[in-house]
Design a protein around this ligand. Structure first.
Ligand code: COS
Length: 386
C-alpha cells in the first residue's frame, strides 16, 4: 500500500532497511544467544543520523517526530526486535524531555541524544507497580535544593547503557500518585546503581536492568514539569511512545511473514512447493492482511500524535494492542509454516515468536490497553449524553 511518505521519510526508511539487512540480520542470532548489547549497531545508527529523526530541529534533530521513529523501528525490527529496542527505548526515554523539558534541559540533553552520543531510558515500573503504575514506592524527598531518591525501578530497558533516565518517584508520598514527580537522573550520580541484568525469553539483545537508588541526590532543577505531575508525565509519554511498540511488533510480524512466504516457495513436499497448498495460502493471506491493517493503524496514530491531536490515549492503545496481537499471531503461524524447522534454533522463526511476545506485555499490557480503550469509549458516551 502507498502511505505517501515524503522523500525524506523514504530515505530514512531505506537507510534503516539497509542497516537491518546488512548489519543487524547477520548478528541477530548470535546476540540472541549471548544476550550482548548491540554497541556496534548503536554506533552505526548514530553515524547514520537515525537518532536525530524524532528530535526537534532546534536541538540538532531532523524534526520528524514519532512517525519517522516508527519507520526506523519497523525496519530494524524486521531483522531483530531486540536490537531495534535499544533504539526505540532511547526514544521512550527522550519523549518526556521533548514534551516537558525546560529550555535548559532540552539544550543539555537533546543534541547529545540526537547524535547518538548518549542513550536515554524511562523508569516507571517497580516490583509492585506494573499495570498499577500509580502504586510506585520510590521516593524523592525534597531537601534544600535537591531531591533525595530511594527505591528500586524494575525491568528498565537500556538500564546501565543509557546516560540519562526519566524516573517517576514520590516527592510527596502522603498524596500518593498525585504527589509523584518526574526527575532526570544522570548515570554516575552517587547513590544511583544498576541491579541484575535480566535473562529474558526474547528481545535478548536489549538490556533490561534494575535502577537502584540509595540516598541519591539530584538537583531540584532536574524535575520535568512540576512537583505532583509525575504520573501525568508518565501517561503522556506512554501515549506518545506506544505507536513505537506497535511499529516494533509490525516489523517483527512483517519480517516473519516475508521469511514464511520465501520458505514456502523453497520447501517441497508431495513433489511441489508447499506454497501451492491452499491451507498455507489462506494462512499467508490472513497474515498479510493483518500486517497491513496493523501498519495502516500504526502509521495513522503516529501521524496523529505528530499532528498534535489532543487525546491520543485511546488510539495509541489501539495501535499497540492490534499490532502486538498481530505480531504474536503472525509469528506463531510463521513457525507453523516452517514446521519442525520453525521450532529449531537454526532458523530465525522461533526467535521472532519469542521477540513478539513482549510487545503484548510491555509499555502497558494489552489488558491495560483494552481498559484504556473501553474507558475512553464510555467517557465519550457519557459526554455525548450531556
Ligand atoms: N494522559 C493524561 N492524564 C492521564 C492519563 C493520560 N493518558 N491517564 C491517566 N491520567 C490522569 C487521570 O486523568 C487522573 O488524573 P486526576 O488525578 O487529575 O483525576 C490520574 O492520571 C490518575 O488516573 P487513573 O485514575 O485513570 O489512574 P489509574 O491508577 O486507574 O491507572 C492506568 C490508569 C491503568 C491507565 C495506568 O496505571 C497505566 O497506564 N498503567 C500501565 C502502566 C504501563 O504502561 N506500564 C508499563 C511500564 S512503563 S514502560
Amino acid at each position: 500500500m502507498n502511505y505517501f511518505l515524503t522523500d525524506d521519510q523514504k530515505m530514512i526508511k531505506d537507510l534503516a532497511a539497509q542497516i537491518a539487512r546488512e548489519k543487524i540480520a547477520p548478528i541477530a542470532a548470535e546476540l540472541d544467544e549471548t544476550g550482548e548489547f548491540p554497541h556496534e549497531i548503536v554506533k552505526v545508527l548514530a553515524q547514520s543520523d537515525l537518532f536525530r529523526v524524532f528530535i526537534p530541529t532546534e536541538y540538532e534533530g531532523l524534526g520528524g517526530g514519532m512517525f519517522d521513529m516508527c519507520l526506523v523501528v519497523e525496519e530494524l525490527s524486521k531483522a531483530c526486535g531486540g536490537i531495534a529496542l535499544a533504539y526505540a527505548a532511547s526514544g521512550l526515554g527522550t519523549i518526556p524531555i521533548i514534551l516537558f523539558g525546560t529550555e535548559e534541559q532540552k539544550k543539555k540533553y537533546l543534541p547529545r541524544l540526537a547524535s547518538g552520543e548518549i542513550l536515554a531510558a524511562f523508569g516507571l515500573t517497580e516490583s509492585g507497580a506494573g499495570s498499577d503504575a500509580a502504586s510506585i514506592k520510590t521516593t524523592a524527598k525534597p531537601d534544600g535544593d535537591s531531591y533525595v531518591l530511594n527505591g528500586t525501578k524494575q525491568w528498565i530497558t537500556n538500564g546501565g547503557e543509557a546516560s540519562i533516565y526519566t524516573v517517576i518517584a514520590l516527592t510527596d508520598p502522603a498524596r500518593g500518585v498525585r504527589g509523584s514527580s518526574a526527575l532526570l537522573v544522570e548515570k554516575g550520580t552517587p547513590g544511583f546503581d544498576f541491579g541484575k541484568k535480566e535473562n529474558k525469553m526474547g528481545i535478548r539483545a536489549s538490556v533490561t536492568r534494575e535502577l537502584v537508588f540509595q540516598d541519591c541526590r539530584v538537583p531540584k532543577s532536574s524535575i520535568l514539569s512540576k512537583e505532583g505531575m509525575g504520573f501525568l508525565v508518565a501517561m503522556r509519554t506512554l501515549d506518545q511512545s506506544r505507536p513505537g511498540v506497535a511499529a516494533q511488533a509490525l516489523g517483527i510480524a512483517q519480517g516473519a511473514l516475508d521469511k514464511a512466504v520465501e520458505y514456502s516457495r523453497e520447501r517441497h513436499q508431495f513433489g511441489k512447493p508447499i506454497s501451492s497448498f491452499q491451507g498455507l495460502q489462506f494462512m499467508m493471506a490472513d497474515m498479510a492482511t493483518q500486517v497491513e491493517a496493523a501498519r495502516a493503524l500504526t502509521y495513522s496514530v503516529a501521524r496523529a500524535v505528530d499532528a498534535g491531536e489532543k487525546d491520543v490515549s485511546r488510539m495509541s492503545a489501539m495501535a499497540k494492542v492490534f499490532a502486538s496481537d498481530t505480531a504474536m499471531r503472525v509469528t506463531t503461524d510463521a513457525v507453523q509454516i516452517f514446521g519442525g524447522y520453525g521450532y529449531m534454533k537454526d532458523y530465525p522463526m522461533e526467535k521472532m515468536m519469542r521477540d513478539a511476545k513482549i510487545t503484548q506485555i510491555y509499555e502497558g499490557t494489552n489488558q491495560i490497553q483494552r481498559e484504556v480503550i473501553a474507558l475512553g469509549l464510555i467517557k465519550e458516551s457519557v459526554r455525548g449524553k450531556k
